[in-house]
Design a protein around this ligand. Structure first.
Ligand SMILES: [Zn+2]
Length: 524
């Protein structure tokens, strides 16, 4: 061999050595596991930093996908590997899609749910606050939903209020044993297709349920190994602990979960710690109690929240107006003032959208309680209510037990429906460092999947479903606010649902790939 060729050979040898040592240093995972013999993948997400959802430190690795499933995480070195689509995630994090523990919306009306995809959410939980779809044949309904061009996966709960309406007991409060039996039977049937029961005890008709009814239903839920998610009886600060205890009594029989944990007009870190201590004591007693919250200081719901229990339905309201007018006015005035006054209520329904209760009442030249009774009524509007304390809610959020929900929808007039999960990253990870990136991602992925008993989502792991988001936290923004709540979040460059890219550089693809998720028992 001539010296020229010797030099070339040496050069090639050295280059290969350097290349292979580069691969050595880059391959930081699975170094002890022999590389599987994979010859082709549909998608390879390369050069990214993996946040696997467990909370452990992010690491560099490629993610390989076949069909809807993660095939391998690491670096496949087979030179003959056939790759359908390569996504370069250089400088970006690759994480499981977020799971929204408590959301709203009608999948038959707004199936793309782009508001959720844009904030990195790939699975939402519907049927909340005691209210699910009002059909007896839930199986047929879910099959219909599954046929839609769904943007996100849907987990469905059965609403307790809806069950009451379906069997014809509506707002009755002393129900007969026969009625309770019907309620239990319908619940048992609908639980087959769903992940649990939701209650909305601050709403009609949930407010009429006595503890004995809730306990009886909890036993049915527990026997099916499902859970209860509850919008509790009363979220006002002085009633909160009592409400948590009411729920935890049901927790003797089934897993229980506090929806959108908040203290209405409670304040401070110390109060947050008392609430967390209560939850931890209950958990230590063996009850599987969890909770979620949304990162905004205003709640959003129907204006009936400020009306007394005896005036919430149209019939009750007519009687209350006629027979108990002064009492009604006093109740509403006191309640609104306790909730930080009429300036702290932002109306969300036409023709008053965007006006505070104080402004709308002033326009009509009447005190706000008169306006509420004469112009709105309990069913007359939705509103955002600035009733929460930043320090208290942030102290709750920081705790590992607490998950994240939007409690939002594509159409609701509150920024949480378009901003929640982006806001967690933008405000609480990047800006305020209240949460680590790994910790925040865990909260919004595997923690939520564990709460739901969702077995194959919430982690980036071999054999898990490929619900994946790719993002740079510095670019994540939640521009939605109370004036313009329908602005999509930014910064999630790619969103994959069931192994398909459904949102690419903030553009929705036409063929979406969300599915109705069914519980394991049903799938077997
Ligand atoms: Zn609720």
């Amino acid at each position: 061999m001539s010296s020229y060729f010797k030099k070339i050979a040496l050069f090639i040898f050295l280059s290969l050595l350097i290349l292979s040592s580069c691969k050595e240093t880059k391959s930081k995972v699975n170094t002890n596991v022999p590389e599987p013999k994979i010859t082709s993948v549909d998608i390879a997400i390369i050069n990214g930093t993996v946040l696997d959802g467990t909370g452990k430190k992010a690491y560099e690795a490629n993610v390989y996908i076949n069909n809807d499933t993660i095939t391998y995480i690491g670096n496949l070195t087979n030179p003959d590997l056939k790759i359908g689509n390569t996504i370069d995630a250089e400088g970006k994090f690759v994480s499981p899609g977020f799971i929204d523990l408590h959301a709203h919306g009608n999948p038959l009306k707004t199936p793309d749910f782009e508001n959720f995809l844009a904030m990195g959410v790939t699975t939402i939980v519907l049927g909340q606050d005691g209210s699910s779809t009002g059909v007896k044949d839930l199986k047929a309904y879910l099959e219909e939903v599954d046929k839609q061009n769904l943007g996100v996966n849907i987990v469905e709960f059965v609403g307790h209020g809806t069950l009451r309406n379906l069997i014809g007991i509506g707002t009755k409060n002393d129900i007969t044993l026969a009625e309770l039996e019907s309620l239990k039977n319908l619940l048992q049937e609908q639980l087959k297709y769903t992940f649990g029961l939701s209650t909305g005890l601050e709403y009609t008709p949930g407010v009429y349920a006595e503890e004995s009814e809730l306990i009886a239903l909890a036993k049915v839920v527990g026997e099916a190994d499902k859970m209860i998610m509850s919008h509790m009886r009363n979220e006002d600060d002085e009633a909160l602990i009592k409400s948590i205890k009411e729920l935890s009594a049901q927790g003797k029989y089934a897993r229980v979960h506090i929806a959108h944990l908040k203290s209405v007009y409670g304040k401070g870190k110390q109060r947050a710690n008392q609430i967390l201590d209560t939850i931890k004591q209950i958990r230590n007693s063996g009850v599987q109690l969890t909770a979620d919250l949304y990162p905004y200081m205003a709640s959003y719901t129907g204006i009936s929240i400020v009306f007394p229990d005896w005036s919430k339905t149209p019939k009750q309201f007519a009687i209350a107006k006629r027979d108990r007018r002064t009492e009604l006015e006093n109740y509403i005035r006191t309640k609104v003032n306790l909730r930080n006054g009429p300036e702290a209520t932002l109306l969300g329904s036409a023709p008053y959208t965007g006006k505070t209760l104080a402004e709308a009442a002033k326009d009509k030249n009447k005190p706000f309680e008169q306006f509420l009774i004469e112009d709105l009524g309990p069913q007359g509007s939705s509103g955002a209510y600035f009733v929460m304390d930043k320090e208290l809610q942030e102290s709750l959020l920081k705790d590992d037990i607490i998950g994240v929900c939007s409690d939002g929808s594509k159409t609701g007039h509150h920024p949480r429906g378009h901003g929640t999960f982006a806001k967690i990253i933008e405000t609480y990870v990047v800006q305020d460092s209240l949460l680590t990136l790994e910790g925040a991602v865990k909260k919004m992925t595997s923690h939520a999947a564990e709460i739901l008993h969702l077995k194959d989502r919430g982690l980036l792991k071999k054999s898990y479903k490929a619900d994946i988001i790719i993002f740079d936290p510095e670019n994540v923004k939640a521009p939605a606010d109370y004036v313009n709540p329908h602005q999509l979040s930014k910064g999630f460059d790619k969103v994959l649902v069931n192994g398909k890219v459904v949102r690419d550089d903030e553009n929705l693809t036409t063929k979406l790939s969300g599915k109705v998720l069914l519980p394991m028992q049903f799938l077997k």
